[in-house]
Design a binder for this molecule. Sequence first.
Ligand SMILES: Nc1ncnc2c1ncn2[C@@H]1O[C@H](COP(=O)(O)OP(=O)(O)OP(=O)(O)O)[C@@H](O)[C@H]1O
Length: 393
Amino acid sequence: MQQSPDLAVVRYGEAGIKSDKVRGQMLDRLAENVRAILDDRGIPGHVERHWSRLLIRPPEAGEFDADAAARAAADAFGVVSTRPAISTAPEADALAEAAVTLAADHPDGATFAVRANRAGSPETHPFTSQEVAAAVGAAIGDATGAGVDLDEPDRAYRLDVREDEAFVSAVEYDGPGGLPVGTQGKTVALFSGGIDSPVAAWELFKRGLEVVPVYLDLGDYGGPDHLARAVETAGTVARSAPHVDARLRVVPAGDLVDDLVDATGATRMLSLRRAMLRVAEAVAEDVGAHSVATGESIGQKSSQTGPNVRVTDAAATLPVHRPLLTRDKPEIVARAREIGTFVDATMNVGCERVAPDYPETNARLSAVEAAEPEDLFDRAEALADERYVVDGN
Ligand SMILES: Nc1ncnc2c1ncn2[C@@H]1O[C@H](COP(=O)(O)OP(=O)(O)OP(=O)(O)O)[C@@H](O)[C@H]1O
């Protein structure tokens, strides 16, 4: 009998509704990604890929902490939840014994429920999910004296019964959901390190993209504190995908910004955005990305009004992804807090200093083009070649 969880069960989401071929590829990738997270954090464990779950079992030699493995795997994009669990034979007595072991630390006065999920047939298991849940529930009740609350239990004991093996757990960690990173190609994200662009990068990772973050150093309008913040938040976002090259690419754009501020009036911010897209596209071409991305949200700022986004996008030749397009600021802030990028993101942003006092909110493309330097895009593309990499980890 095991005294504590001896493996971690990793449950995935959307990959499960794909065709068998795609699902198989996604699961291979997910297993690889979970291995990378465990390696990166120095957590031992052997990742097994099964059709409906990943399992993290003890390594051949050495200690194993199923709870640490489950917590780390819950950071992998594509994962819905993870559970440190006791592995048993798929038999009612063994399940009850394991559940009672886990109930040793059942909090006084806390209610519980047993949730059972069974994959197999009446031939393989002589019980239904409800029957085994009731039997295990009775054993937990006898051992702890705790009351059952099926609707809102303080603790849920989970029985995950497979054909040849079953897993019993009392703890579950939520994952981000989405798709495994690396299954949707690469995008280049304009990354200021403020509140929005780290969340946008995270959302893109969540949909399975490899994200290459690009930061434009705005010279006197930015500064080392802005760069440090971008490096730090890029490192935080990339923590869940440690095996992809998501180090911050820094582009020295101070001279370009100075010239834009000197030469351009109410539309200078839009010209800067257009130049940024061209920088991102040049990087995209080098790194093999199919798109570029920003943290813009419609109407959030003068440069992000509907008409102005149209003018900005006219500079782009690749698709421009804006995962936050329809999000309200409080939602974005809540996500930033959740993923750990908010704390360092509250300083005055460089772009705010570039903005004119009376910015254009309803720009016409022809007027913006007429006002901006003729060689703006050439300079932007050339700047991409001057980028350097900063590793935040
Ligand atoms: N210095 C920069 N380097 C790279 N991208 C930038 C930079 N400044 C802005 N961006 C891009 O432009 C978008 C809009 O920036 P802006 O500062 O106007 O708005 P924001 O909503 O405050 O964004 P953020 O919170 O991401 O800085 C950002 O989400 C980001 O994608």
